[in-house]
Design a protein around this ligand. Structure first.
Ligand SMILES: [Fe+2]
Length: 723
């Protein structure tokens, strides 16, 4: 099919607008009770007017209860004044982490307060202070005042965590939030020193059962190191419930009356996405060579284009398949190497596709290679679909989940464990929050219940692959994706965002450099936690000579390709810990700011901070918000194609439903593609929680028009990875 260029542009623009995400909410809209009620099977949701009325009454009760608490706070304020005439006693102790193998590690710079309550319920602050670098504290107090008869029998020892926000001018405005409270009898205060002993806090602990750095969460919503705000949860529930109801309807039909449901119906029940919208107006266009080239450049995949030796106008896009990973025999996952040729208008067209590995259930040779070109007829169309599907799989698991979610979590854990009074805490923590909670939910609904059932990888294979890919993520000398032409708007916009972000981070660090240097020890400990828990550089712990020569060549090819794709500098000077070459480079190796290396130390800090924010916000947003466009039409693209029972295997037309996901996985995949694209909360520019620096917002708004010309809406960029 041939369409007029102008018509294509018009339709694409109209469809982009039509499929833009928005949502409405009403009082009687069904809802989840908690985020952990979301399943890819039957989530527990509230529906029916009576249930919803009762739930709304309960929420009203909660609201009244909160109002009463606020009223009590107003009635009995906590005045910021220490009641003390003299210092004749110290309340001492030590605070450490609590997990096994972590319990001797101190928690530094925790804000502490001691309060008494009068018999008339008034609050009196007796002392305050913070833990030192060894976790020790010594809080001075006035013995006579502390033991006053008018105070109740028990005193309050309170441990606070620091929450980082900004005021309207962009000045850091941290405040303290109660983390744990201990009561102790005032009658015990008899001597000069009163010891509370060692207090072990379950606080941002690393898990010991994973191959990548993950935080330990006992139970989300009840016992986790952080929580979503109510507004964030409301936005999530309100947007996801409509798709939950669609999925529920499908699952019930499939169970009770499977003859009443079809593939077509499942697809049509979900909102129209970009490819379906375009297909309605330009049939066949989304399966064309031209569209494949456009989406590789500027769609969800955000592909990296590797040079083809000896051909200046050709590039490879590679999606690696099973490699050495544990896999099932139901789904295909060959390695695909697609060759694209640059056109005069700056766009690219595919000219050759090589597929390596089995394409049907009857083939067992993992090294079998086949090449297809536009002259291959129908097989060319099938091969393009394999590239689309492989591309979606790699973009989701390698780039999205590992490159942004897991990558950000490793920085989040180390940052929340160590950054408190250094201004860098205010710069970073707002962008690193919530990712650990999202990943905790993803463990079940994505990595355990979904991906192993709709792709070739088993849970073990996923674990192996994510560890390897995390071994290609580092801040040191990181580069934005390589631009191949002026039509490569994705690369141009990414570069522009990076420039703005780096400039903002650099100015912030310069502005607060004195206090950053003064509390450099926090940066050092942050860096040390990162290093200690970082995975090794990909392949650095593998003896390649032990591998089959073909596998060795493949792994070396992957390393080279990933280095370009993830902006990983293989030559950066990395360090070894416990015999392993760590993927994350040290930000500093000095506990105190080394003035003799001031320029390098500051440059490292700026690069590392800008990288963390870039990954957590822009890079994550790019893939996340594009998911339903790439994966919202199952026959266009999905996580994996089944071999089926025919000899032709996956080299078959879209009409062969035996190779596409079955109906259950079809509705589950569409449900996920839809809900995961719908964050709609926590954008940089909306600054919902006053924790994005207004200066960053201002600099972005200044470039709003330029971003728009590159098809990027700056108001849709999330400040953190929150879904
Ligand atoms: Fe995400």
């Amino acid at each position: 099919m041939q369409y007029d260029k102008k018509k294509i542009e018009e339709v694409c623009k109209e469809c982009e607008k039509k499929t833009q995400i928005s949502y409405k909410y009403t009082f009687f809209s069904p809802r989840y009770k908690s985020i952990h009620d979301i399943e890819i099977g039957r989530s527990r949701i509230l529906k029916g007017w009576l249930n919803l009325l009762l739930e709304n009454l309960y929420l009203l009760y909660e609201e009244i209860r909160n109002e009463i608490t606020a009223f009590k706070k107003w009635l009995f304020p906590r005045e910021d004044k220490i009641y003390r005439n003299q210092v004749d006693g110290q309340i001492v102790g030590r605070i450490t982490f609590a997990r096994k193998n972590d319990e001797t590690r101190p928690i530094h710079h925790l804000h502490l307060e001691v309060w008494a309550r009068t018999r008339l319920f008034q609050w009196r602050k007796l002392s305050e202070g913070m833990t030192d670098m060894h976790g020790h504290f010594s809080l001075p107090y006035d013995l006579r005042i502390a033991r006053r008869w008018r105070y109740k029998k028990k005193l309050h020892f309170e441990i606070y965590e620091t929450v980082h926000r900004y005021d309207k001018e962009g000045n850091p405005k941290p405040y303290y939030q109660l983390f744990k409270k201990l009561l102790f009898p005032k009658k015990d205060l008899i001597g000069m020193r009163y010891s509370l002993g060692r207090i072990m806090l379950f606080y941002w602990e690393y898990r010991s059962d994973t191959t990548v750095p993950r935080v330990f969460i006992k139970k989300q919503g009840e016992d986790a190191p952080e929580y979503y705000t109510k507004d964030r949860l409301d936005a999530l529930y309100q947007q996801t419930i409509p798709y939950e109801l669609i999925k529920l309807k499908h699952l019930e039909q499939l169970e009770l009356a499977p003859e009443t449901i079809s593939f077509q119906q499942i697809q049509e029940d979900y909102p129209i996405n970009l490819t379906r919208c375009i297909e309605k107006k330009l049939p066949g266009y989304t399966r064309s060579d031209e569209w494949l080239g456009k989406r590789m450049m500027n769609g969800m995949n955000r592909a990296y284009f590797e040079d083809v030796p000896g051909e200046s106008d050709a590039f490879y896009v590679k999606y690696f398949g099973l490699c050495r990973y544990d896999h099932n025999d139901e789904y295909a996952l060959p390695t695909s190497r697609a060759k694209f040729k640059l056109q005069e208008d700056g766009h690219i067209l595919p000219i050759e596709i090589e597929l390596e590995g089995p394409l049907s259930a009857f083939e067992k040779d993992p090294w079998i290679k086949r090449k297809f070109t536009p002259a291959s007829g129908d097989e060319w169309e099938y091969a393009k679909r394999v590239v689309r599907v492989n591309g979606s799989f790699s973009t989701e698991l390698d780039e999205h989940f590992t490159g942004t979610h897991l990558n950000t979590e490793q920085y989040a854990i180390a940052a929340f464990r160590n950054l408190r009074i250094n201004p860098v805490a205010t710069l970073l923590l707002p962008h690193l929050k919530e990712v650990s909670l999202v990943n905790n939910t993803a463990d079940k609904i994505l990595l355990s219940d979904f991906i192993p059932h709709v792709t070739a990888l088993t849970p073990e294979g996923i674990s192996q692959r994510t560890r390897d890919l995390l071994g290609m993520q580092d801040w040191k000398n990181w580069k934005t994706i390589r631009k191949i032409s002026d039509a490569h708007t994705c690369a141009i916009a990414e570069d522009m965002f990076w420039d703005i972000l780096y400039g903002f981070v650099s100015d912030f660090i310069d502005q607060y450099q004195d206090r950053i240097k003064e509390h450099w020890i926090e940066i050092y400990k942050f860096s040390e936690d990162l290093l200690e828990n970082s995975v090794p550089v990909f392949l650095s712990d593998v003896n390649l000579d032990d591998l089959d020569p073909r596998m060795k060549a493949l792994e070396e090819e992957r390393f080279a390709f990933y280095s370009g794709q993830y902006g990983f500098d293989p030559n950066a000077a990395r360090v070894k810990r416990n015999g392993l070459l760590k993927a994350v480079s040290p930000i500093t190796l000095s506990p105190h700011f080394d003035e003799s290396r001031a320029e390098e130390e500051m440059r490292n800090l700026k690069s590392a901070c800008a990288y963390m924010i870039m990954v957590a916000s822009y890079l994550h947003t790019w893939i996340n918000e594009n998911q339903y466009n790439q994966l919202g039409e199952v026959l266009y693209s999905c996580g994996g194609l089944r071999f089926g029972e025919k000899e032709r295997g996956i080299m078959a037309p879209e009409s062969d439903l035996s190779i596409s996901p079955d109906l259950t996985h079809c509705t589950q995949g569409l449900f996920l593609a839809n809900i995961l694209s719908r964050t709609e909360y926590g954008f940089i520019t909306t600054n919902n929680e006053d924790d994005v620096n207004p200066e960053l917002i201002r600099r972005l708004l200044d470039k709003e028009k330029e971003f728009k010309e590159l098809h990027v809406d700056i108001h849709a960029i999330e400040s953190r990875t929150n879904i």
